[in-house]
Design a protein around this ligand. Structure first.
Ligand SMILES: [Ca+2]
Ligand SMILES: [Ca+2]
Ligand SMILES: [Ca+2]
Length: 540
């Protein structure tokens, strides 16, 4: 019993110490009186923030989380991780409640995948809290900072903060304000646009600013590195301030370092201000966005920001050297198999049109097509190793039986990059049985292929006298070997005569001896497909 109790206590301790819980919130279908699990989600983030323990994760369904729903602001996420189940579709909206902030992250916490906005005041998202050294992640959010001074503000020294792939826009002053002596901060792949004074403002922190796109934000990156000697590494970032005043990259304060490398600064009145180190790989050219005015900051194919990043930076998703900015250009083509895409029933030996779409703005060189008979586990069978990008290939379906057939297309773009797609599901191929063979005989050969006949002309005169020659004449209609067998009454062969008959009259001759017994004898002449028999009498 003691052992059992001790085991129970240990289990309870272990559970409370080690097992984080997963909760769900659903503005549309949830209830705050629910248990907060997937089947019975809570309704509000406020309920979740007040119910979670350290290390818990809260998945948030699409919906609008506002005061009308019952939310209290700021939403304060403490030592837990809030993740939107559908990116950007869970909107946290502080409006009409007078809060100076919308979301606050406290302790080891994260905010991922949300749209966050409000009616304005100080800061949309605040990360950190005094007295607690924390690790914080702000990832994949849209932070609408209209009427707020700051989009994101990091407020506590000694925190480690990751700010990744967010879009932050329309702050009246700064998109990201690092207002603390961060132990380590990384601001990576974010888009900051239309913030009046600064994209990134670093106030005495250690910070890496990497692969961001900063557009129309006054000064792109500003670092006060004074005092203890902080280091800001700014690289692979596009700062594009066309039509806006001020500076690309700006340093202030005595001590510390602001390194700039592989940045593209374009359209600013001043490229560098203060003491900016390095500048390796920095360029000042128009990055050539797809549509800067329409906030599409993808790069066109000819942009000089493509493959211009720091060679030591991780490669882009297409495997190429890092691009500058938050939106790497993808050198790879796209391809999609349209037919067969699963569910078709094809007849072996028939012709079937394989169709696809394939694009790359550099052009498509060719495609190769293959098929699988094991649900796509392998594609060992080549349909064609090279076909132009016409969108259609007339395939002579192999005459095989396959219930798990799929087609794969591998497209090669003019730039050498490839992409692959397959049928989404299995199709079938059935064997078409071979038809009964038909043999046609050309009319001109008919006469020569007919069985030949041997015609016996003239029955030997009977009775024959033993010792006299017996002549048996036949008419053959072609050259052929003929054999005549002569049998006695006991069906014993008494003589064999072979001739090479000519076309026309031929004669067999047999001369019985005087000892040949009298009796009835039979002859049989065998030719090609022919037997002819007869009989004669030998008298004494
Ligand atoms: Ca407000
Ligand atoms: Ca690249
Ligand atoms: Ca597919």
């Amino acid at each position: 019993m003691k052992t059992l109790i001790r085991a129970w206590i240990l289990l309870a301790l272990f559970a409370s110490a080690s097992f984080a819980t997963t909760y769900y919130v659903d503005a549309v279908n949830g209830l705050d009186t629910n248990a907060g699990n997937q089947a019975a989600p809570w309704k509000t983030l406020t309920k979740a923030t007040g119910s979670t323990a350290a290390g818990d994760t809260v998945y948030v369904k699409p919906g609008t989380y506002n005061a009308a729903l019952g939310e209290g602001f700021p939403i304060t996420i403490t030592n837990s991780f809030f993740v939107a189940t559908t990116t950007y579709q869970a909107t946290i909206e502080e409006s009409g409640v007078g809060s100076t902030q919308v979301v606050k992250l406290v302790g080891n916490a994260s905010l991922e995948g949300f749209t966050v906005k409000g009616d304005g005041d100080d800061t949309v998202v605040v990360a950190g809290v005094a007295g607690t050294d924390s690790t914080l992640t702000i990832k994949n959010n849209i932070i609408n900072a209209a009427n707020f001074i700051y989009g994101l503000q990091c407020v506590h020294a000694n925190d480690t903060v990751s700010v990744v792939s967010n879009t932050i826009y329309s702050a009246t002053q700064r998109a990201i304000f690092v207002n603390a002596a961060l132990a380590s901060g990384s601001i990576t792949k974010n888009t900051m646009r239309d913030c009046a004074n600064f994209g990134v403002y670093s106030n005495q922190s250690n910070l890496t600013v990497d692969r961001n796109t900063i557009v129309r934000c006054g000064t792109g990156i500003y670092a006060d590195t004074a005092g203890a000697g902080y280091t800001v590494n700014a690289k692979n970032t596009i700062i594009y301030n066309t039509g806006v005043r001020t500076t690309g990259i700006s340093q202030n304060g005595a001590g510390g370092t602001l390194n700039s490398s592989y940045n593209c600064v374009f359209g600013n009145a001043t490229v560098y201000d203060g003491t900016v180190s390095g500048k390796t790989g920095d360029i000042q050219v128009d990055p050539v966005f797809v549509d800067a005015a329409g906030n599409n900051f993808n790069l066109v194919r000819t942009s000089e920001c493509i493959d211009a990043g720091d060679p030591v930076t991780a490669v882009d998703p297409d495997g190429s050297r890092a691009d500058l900015g938050a939106y790497p250009y993808d050198h790879r083509p796209t391809v999609q198999v349209l037919t067969p895409n699963g569910g078709e029933s094809l007849a072996g030996g028939s012709s079937y049109d394989i169709t696809w779409t394939a694009t790359q703005d550099a052009g498509i060189d060719h495609l190769a097509l293959y098929y699988s008979v094991n649900s796509g586990t392998t594609y060992p069978n080549t349909i064609t190793s090279s076909v132009t990008n016409s969108g259609t290939y007339a395939w002579t379906v192999p005459n095989v039986s396959a219930n798990e057939a799929r087609v794969r297309a591998i497209v090669t773009a003019s730039n050498g990059y490839t992409a692959t797609d397959e049928s989404d599901a299995d199709f079938t191929i059935s064997i078409t049985p071979s038809p009964a063979p038909t043999i046609s005989v050309p009319a001109t050969t008919t006469t020569t292929t007919l069985p030949q006949k041997v015609t016996v002309t003239g029955t030997p005169a009977t009775p024959q006298l033993a010792g006299a020659a017996i002549n048996i004449s036949i008419l053959s209609n072609e050259e052929q070997p003929l054999t005549m067998y002569i049998y006695n009454e006991n069906v014993e062969i008494v003589n064999i005569v072979t001739i090479n008959a000519v076309a026309g009259p031929n004669t067999f001759t047999w001369t019985p001896t005087k000892d040949t017994p009298a009796g009835i004898y039979r002859y049989q002449i065998r030719g090609k497909s022919t037997k002819i028999s007869g009989k004669f009498l030998i008298a004494k």
